[in-house]
Design a protein around this ligand. Sequence first.
Ligand code: NAP
Length: 307
Amino acid sequence: MEYTYEIAVVGAGAAGCAAAIYAGRSGASVAVFDKGMGGGLTLEAPKIENYPGFKSIGGVELAEKMKEHAAEYAEMKYGEEVKELKVTENGVEVITNRGKYFVGAVILCTGAEHRKLGVKGEKEFAGKGISYCATCDGFFFKGKKVAVVGGGNSAVIEAIYLKQIGCDVSVIHRRDELRAEKALEEEAKEKGIQFIWNSVVEEIIGKEMVEGVKIKNVKTGEEKILEVSGVFISIGEEPQNQLAKQIGLKLDENGYIIVDDMGRTSMERIFAAGDVTGGVRQIITACAEGAKAALAAMKAIGKRSPY
Ligand code: NAP
């Protein structure tokens, strides 16, 4: 059977765009499927200052540049969700909400989504004071008291961003030291962000909208209510591994797709790159992984590749 496209990339975030650029430039016909408008978690970064070539760039701008670049070499299929993959000896059937395609290899760049706290009030107040993205929603909380939950780089960056737009910010972290880089911690402290240590959120409370969080000190057992209008939950990510599970790819104990250093998975014709494979989860590493997976995938479609 003839391929509709030689390579299908699933996900138009950093890894997917890089994979499309490298596969397209290596001579493959490529389609990139994304259930939304692409961009991935890059879209949510208020400011990116560690991507070489750009001293400082907004996430939305960088994601747009990557998508435009990928579109030079691949057909970008936005709003088209891959529902199912069927791996055969000769290729992979890609079944989407719009149609069926037969391809030589698939590169899964499906990324990760925000981890949920799983406490009372989190679902009820979604969009009513609870957010997972300061860049997207921070503006609505200008001049108000907000809490950021988490102690990683994302939580601290979001806290700094919220402070910058005029929020009164407290970071609630379950331990007494941050996971975030020291430089970020120092910047946050200099800017007057308060830290509530050794504390977990037990409930998010309010009537129509969020009015506060009930927190408990895990060392003393003391419970209190912190009055806030907004809660920004930034406690890490979960891999979007539904397709990987559906075809039976090997995953690690946290659900990330196991890959070798060229993005090869436990199945021939299936490759993976970016946050769905875990690792250091940076934009630059996602790009590098996408590039390598694309080069490795060339062999699966019967083309010469040095990798
Ligand atoms: P992360 O580094 O995994 O940090 C998650 C934070 O949330 C940790 O402090 C963790 O606490 C806390 N946490 C996890 N589950 C929790 C729960 N159920 N309740 C309360 N707290 C919980 O996640 P991230 O900050 O989203 O970053 C993801 C990756 O992207 C990381 O590799 C990070 O370095 C990277 N990143 C880099 C940059 C950059 O500019 N270089 C920016 C953003 C993200 P513990 O510390 O106690 O485990």
